[in-house]
Design a protein around this ligand. Sequence first.
Ligand SMILES: [Zn+2]
Length: 1036
Amino acid sequence: MEPGFQSERAQLPRNMIENSMFEEEPDVVDLAKEPRLHPLEPDEVEYEPRSSRLLVRGLGEHDLEDDEEDYESSARLLGMSFMNRSSNHRNNMAGVYNQEPSGGLCSLSSARTVLVGAFVVVIILSIAMVVYFLPKCTFTKEGCHKKNTTLTFIYPLDANGQVFPWPKVRLPTAVVPVHYDLTLRPNLTTMSFTGSLQISLLVKEDTNNITLHSFGLKITKATITSKGSSQPKDVQILEYLPHRQIAIKLDSMLLNGETRILNLEYSANLSDGFSGFYKSSYQDKNKTRILAATQFEPTSARNAFPCFDEPAFKATFSIKIIREADHISLSNTQKDVTTPVANGLFQDTFAKSVKMSTYLVAFIVADLKNVSQETASGTLVSVYAVPDKMDQMHYALESAVKLLKFYEDFFNISYPLNKLDLVAIPDFEAGAMENWGLITFREITLLYKEETASILDKQTISIVIAHELAHQWFGNLVTMEWWNDLWLNEGFATFMEYFSLEKVFPELEVADRFLTTRFKVMEKDSMNSSHPLSTSVKIAEEIEEMFDSISYEKGASILLMLKGFLGETVFQKGIERYLNEHKYGNTKTEDLWNSITEVKNVDLNVKEMMNTWTLQTGFPMVTVKLDTTANKIHLCQERFLRMSISQDPSSSPDSSYLWHIPLTYITSSCSNYTQSKCIKTWLLKNKTDIIYLKEPNVTWVKFNLHMNGYYIVHYEESTSKKLLGLLKNNRLVFSDHDRAAFINNAFILASAGKITVKQALSMTKYMKNESSTAPISEALIQLGHIHGLVQKRGMLQLAGRVKKYIFDIFGDLINDQTWSNNGSLSERQLRSTLLDVACDYKYGDCVQKAQELFTNWEITQNMSDLPSDLTTTIYSVGACEVKGWEFVLRVYNSLKSETEKSKMLRAMAKSSNAQQLIWLMHESLHHSIIRTQELPFILATASRTLAGYLPAWDFVKENWDDLVEKFHLGSFPIQVIIVKTTSQFSTKNHESEVQTFFDSLMDKGSQLRAVQEALEIIRLNIQWMDKNLKNLEVWL
Ligand SMILES: [Zn+2]
């Protein structure tokens, strides 16, 4: 899946509980997780004597593995607050590595660190003593019980009070699905559907129940048939809502190796949201048309048909859809036959699928039109959209055909289906979804209108298509076993977006975009609220939270580093081997490393190295000290955290963190990047290390070339000064990405107090001569962030000085820009960034020029008169006036180009008129002109403005229930909303207001990782202001 608007792939997550209370098995395991849905009355509770087994009355005994119990969920139900959620999320691998004695280079910075470390040790010892001497306490409904109290369970009961035969959130594996025969009849008038389903089952272990997923479906008939018997037998269905499961209790045992067919008839309403089988609408010649589409990932297939809705339960599917004459239907496979059925309806029968996971099943019923092209290898590729957008489908078709060929060659495995449809859906929550053979997209990520769209729109469309096509192999053919390894899917697909585009569409210059995403995710990953790439998850909300920038961008970043380390050939061969070894199966992260290790023909354990990146939270800071006298480099690594110890004692760098870092570097003696002999490598596996240089008289070193490694570098002061001197005098010694990394690393180090803000700002001084997009964009982001913080503290004079500083550096470059579309993508992107900043800050004649173009457009109403790269800026300036804002809204309402509409929406959401912003938010929530899917974008954009940041936060508080009903709790849009509407706060009052609000939500959001992240960002802002405000006032 491609999350929503890409530039906002925000910073968010969830975690494992690290509450010592859970180290022991709790005495009460309450399996009801959502009391809101299914309150357990005291008299419903069934207590049984406890042994090490869970006794389920009347159903025999079920062994329970301790680690599979739902402690976390149980504790939530009991209303326990999760302490230490922001503590370092250590994992099992801590301590695996031999520790070098600390006190190396990293700790040189202060003796204070040593003192603090000793203090922390004393505190830990004290807590351990207290815990040891306290009477052991465990939680039950009555509170604290002594250890030897009779232990009890609360068993799950279905809605009718009957005992549900399966207690866990994860399904049993005793019975597995082999094949689904599904016939659906969606009714787009009544907004409902009926389904008829036969699931062929194979018994893998003796059992007396069949348990599977189902949610929101009304099952009207259920029978079971033994293989060879034509007599289906009625069975009773039990439903346990908190786990979204149904079960059948059988009179007799099913024995290993037996087969059964489960027949189910059911009905349900089409969903109002964006998941399951949901409805979408659009205007066609002033008439509202309805369509129905699906979005199942991660856990919503169960909302459309009863199924074993976990990625490892792969099966084949035969789907039939009954539709009206003026619709078409689409599914994963090609349509085999259409037959008329009763009442003037038609039944489309689709070919049997390959073996696949339920979250990849898809179907659509709509009046859509398509363009198609057959690839050289015989796959029919089609792009579908609503009829009046037919003219916008050709670019996507061309991209998809080229990229499909690239992937077939790269993976050396043919695309396994004979058709591939790419469908633009008017209402769509994510950016796109990789359903096998039937990829669905938001209209903006697929449709391209040549006359008005910008070059960056083209880049976005190709990137999203590249991402989803990569999934057809990585994700669909080989699937992660469970959602804890989601990064395997998403990190890889994100990596391939950039990798494939660099090969297939070099003119789209995606490298800068990849660099920016690396910077962004590292910002998030340098917080306590981050999480390891592979993180344990169980319930739906936790699974939703895995769809964050850690899984996507950090995953992609460590693959980029690995590819650089192994070389492209070994990397490719490893991937090819992995896909071949596991096709149609499921994997864990280590399977990928094993496949690559088998290819790498030297003594290197890829798994050992990569585990340090996937199992540990965060990333290392490598401290570099060049000893010019002895001609050697001292290296030291530690986890990089932005929060200082005084703000949060748990931020103390944990010395047990250790990474295997494939370092790259150049030295002053051989500094030409283009010569491979100059590029040196070093695998840093210990906390400290020394590189003895072979070349003589080295005066400077530069590590992490092109910022391709997932670590930041902290140079000791004399080296730092040398590098700054080089930037000033001969910046082209370094690549543009290295120059961007100098800027980024300086500001991120300053935010953690490793260097002063003055030193970070000094780094930008060289930039009067800078002309490359990557470093300039990064500097503008960092300086813009400072401006935003200061401005929202009401310090407008100081904010003005920040602006002046920006234009002292970049003023000349801005003055040189023309209002045109000329140049390479990179030049065009730079122009658009610079003029946007200039007009936002009212620099020079920017506003006047933009206003002239806007006024002219109002008169001619001809969009192609405007330079397409700069329309966002022009609309924003025009929409400053009430008349202009209303004009933009009118055009928005009638326009067919989603890319252009998005720019108009951005312009409207940047308004300085709070009333307009509040109107936009409500309008989008209730969707008459602006779709609800745009709401996170509106809130994020408005939150950046002085007029909008407080109304946006108020809106979130007032409409929280509606927001989590539209977007799932934990979902990417909810993550964006939480973090973006609070990230401008920098005062204790705001911190406590945000904390109080989310605490009050209880099970409707208080436990979300995004909340922890939001609070941490506010604390970081407070920390930054406390530390730097005075310096800033002096320095600027
Ligand atoms: Zn994806």
